[in-house]
Each structure stands twice: as structure tokens, then as C-alpha cells.
Design a protein around this ligand. Structure first.
Ligand code: PHE
Length: 335
């Protein structure tokens, strides 16, 4: 009887109290189990009644413990989750988009792939031979200044490549003609940053070397490319120019697609914009790379990917490409 009252009165409000309750009364070494052990000392005629009372006590204690355990579990709130409202809608995850320059590089590669060009790459940190000497830039020639080179302070023979023409040299050194390759990549020039220029930008180089390659092949290839990328109405013109590694050389202009030829600050009011340089690979350059210039000829071109992207998507300031403003980048999601 005393134990029944005790069990009834016992307050279980936390885990520790539950555990004490279990140990004191319910466990195999607890007080109720001890009473069962004493059953053998009870007179046979009373055993039945005492047994019933003990069983009731045992059930009472067990029920009390189960009930308390359930309440404790229901009220339990892990500290880390308290104060959170799980009915609030989640903050949406913003998916990133591919950078416009990466998309345009991809489009350019697709167009040239269709006429048999593969893709080749070279290092951004170059030696003098691949960036200049093999390409006919004479030692101390002002053409080397023309490209505002970043030299590496530890080794004056090493520099950050000023153009992707260095990759032409690497390909020709390792591969016999026919060669039809496209080399996209980052290039570096010590230029003041403005709406039209940056010290880090991207070029894509094209190189075609085989028997009997002529200037007509160069023109046909670039006509095809410009019409594919910018649309069939785009005009293209070649302007005589000079590069140490091509002869003859020509600059490639297309109609300014920002002002549709009307004149704007990107085309300096001329209606035309330059997208790159081109020319027939100088025979000496072929020889420098171990290709017989009496047997083979080739053309090459190099174009600025920023400039092409600006024209294609009417972007008026080149600095937008590196500012990473999500409002700018998100506009290319659907392209
Ligand atoms: N490498 C030249 C430049 O960066 C472009 C060019 C490439 C010209 C191939 C002719 C042939 O200005």
C-alpha cells in the first residue's frame, strides 16, 4: 500500500527523474521486484490476493513510466531547431548560368567543327619562342612592344601569352599537315582597362595548313563563319594589314551590329568593327616549326571573343564580363 502511494505520487518531469523512477521501482533490482521475491514468505492462503495486488502495482508503475516517456518525447525540442517556423516557404536556390563568353566560345567551336576543325590548347604562361621568335618577331623589334607584354620577373624568357598564335606554333611543331585547328584561350596585355579594352581577354585562333591552301580559302572560311554566327545579312571586309607571322595580312571587319552601321562609340562612328587579324602563314614560320614551306601553305586568323560577344548581344561595355553582376549574367540564361 505504501509503495502504491509512493508510485502514484512520484512526479516525473524530466529524463533524469524517469531514469530514477525506473531504477527505484520498475527495474529487476527495484523495489517491486524485491516484493515479488518475498512472495515465498507469504502464507499460502494469502498468496493469491497479495499476488494480484503486486501485479496491479507493477502495471501501475509500468503505465506511469510509459506515459511519462511519451510526454517527454513529445515535448522534446532539439536546441538547434527551437524558434524555427517550419511552415515558412523555403528560400529559393538561385541556379547559376553559363558565362556569355563561354557560350560564345562554344558557338564558335561548333561552327568550325562542322568544317573539320578540331580544338587545341596551349599554356597561358609561354616562353619567348612560342609567343614571339617562332612567329618571326625579330629580337628587339618594336612589334614586341606593340603587344604590351607582361614578362615574368623570375625568368625574363617567360611571359603571359599576348595572343593565341603561340598555340599555332605548338600544334605545327607536333603535327604534320593537314592541320585544321581552333585554339580558344585567355591572353594578357598591359593595357588600360576601358569599355573597349582589358588587360585579360580571350581570343580564338584558327589555323589551316595543307597543300595548296590559298587566300581564297581564308576568305571563304571567314565569310562562312561570320554569316553563321552573326546572320546572313552581316557584311564582312578585309583591310590590308601587317603581322610578322603572316604575309599577306588582313584585318577582318564586320558591320557594326550595335548601331547597325549608323555609327556609335564602339565602331568609332565608322559603321565597321574589327573582329580580328588574319593572313597567309609566312613560309618562314612554317619552316621554324619544321614544316616544308615548298610543299605546304596555310592561313591563320585570330579573333577577340569579347568583341564578338559584344557585337552579337549588343553589349556596350567590356567590363561587364568581369564584374559578375548577376543581373547582367542572368540575361544569358535562355541563350
Ligand atoms: N595574333 C594576332 C593578334 O593578336 C592576330 C592574328 C592571328 C593575325 C593569326 C594573323 C593571324 O593581334
Amino acid at each position: 500500500k505504501r509503495l502504491t502511494q509512493e508510485v502514484e505520487a512520484y512526479a516525473i518531469e524530466n529524463k533524469e527523474q524517469l531514469e530514477t523512477f525506473r531504477n527505484t521501482y520498475v527495474s529487476r533490482k527495484g523495489q517491486i521486484a524485491a516484493l515479488f521475491d518475498e512472495m515465498k514468505t507469504v502464507a499460502p492462503e494469502q498468496r493469491k490476493q497479495v499476488g494480484q495486488e503486486l501485479n496491479q502495482l507493477k502495471n501501475l508503475a509500468q503505465q506511469k513510466m510509459d506515459g511519462a516517456q511519451e510526454t517527454l518525447e513529445q515535448n522534446a525540442t532539439p536546441d538547434a531547431l527551437s524558434g524555427l517556423d517550419f511552415t515558412l516557404p523555403p528560400v529559393p536556390n538561385a541556379l547559376g548560368t553559363r558565362h556569355p563568353l563561354a557560350r560564345v566560345r562554344e558557338q564558335i567551336i561548333r561552327i568550325f567543327e562542322r568544317i573539320g576543325f578540331n580544338v587545341s590548347e596551349g599554356p597561358e604562361m609561354e616562353d619567348d619562342w612560342h609567343n614571339f621568335s617562332a612567329l618571326n618577331f625579330p629580337e628587339n623589334h618594336p612589334a614586341r612592344d606593340m603587344q604590351d607584354t607582361f614578362f615574368l620577373s623570375k625568368n625574363p624568357d617567360m611571359l603571359l601569352r599576348t595572343h593565341t598564335s603561340s598555340v599555332q606554333v605548338r600544334v605545327m611543331e607536333h603535327q604534320k599537315p593537314p592541320i585544321r585547328t581552333l585554339s580558344p584561350g585567355r591572353v594578357f596585355r598591359n593595357e588600360a582597362i576601358s569599355a573597349r579594352a582589358h588587360c585579360v581577354f580571350h581570343q580564338v585562333e584558327g589555323l589551316f595548313v595543307d597543300r595548296g591552301v590559298s587566300f581564297k580559302d581564308l576568305k571563304d572560311t571567314l565569310y562562312y563563319f561570320v554569316k553563321e554566327l552573326f546572320g546572313p545579312d552581316t557584311q564582312i571586309r578585309f583591310r590590308p594589314s601587317f603581322f610578322p607571322f603572316t604575309e599577306p595580312s588582313a584585318e577582318i571587319d564586320i558591320t557594326c551590329l550595335i548601331c547597325k552601321g549608323e555609327g556609335c562609340n564602339i565602331c568609332k562612328q565608322s559603321g565597321w568593327v574589327e573582329i580580328g587579324g588574319s593572313g597567309m602563314v609566312d613560309p618562314q614560320v612554317l619552316e621554324n616549326c619544321g614544316i616544308d614551306s615548298k610543299e605546304f601553305s596555310g592561313f591563320a586568323f585570330g579573333m577577340g571573343i569579347e568583341r564578338i560577344t559584344m557585337l552579337k548581344y549588343q553589349i556596350k561595355d567590356l567590363r561587364l564580363f568581369t564584374e559578375n553582376d548577376a543581373r547582367f549574367l542572368r540575361q544569358f540564361e535562355a541563350i
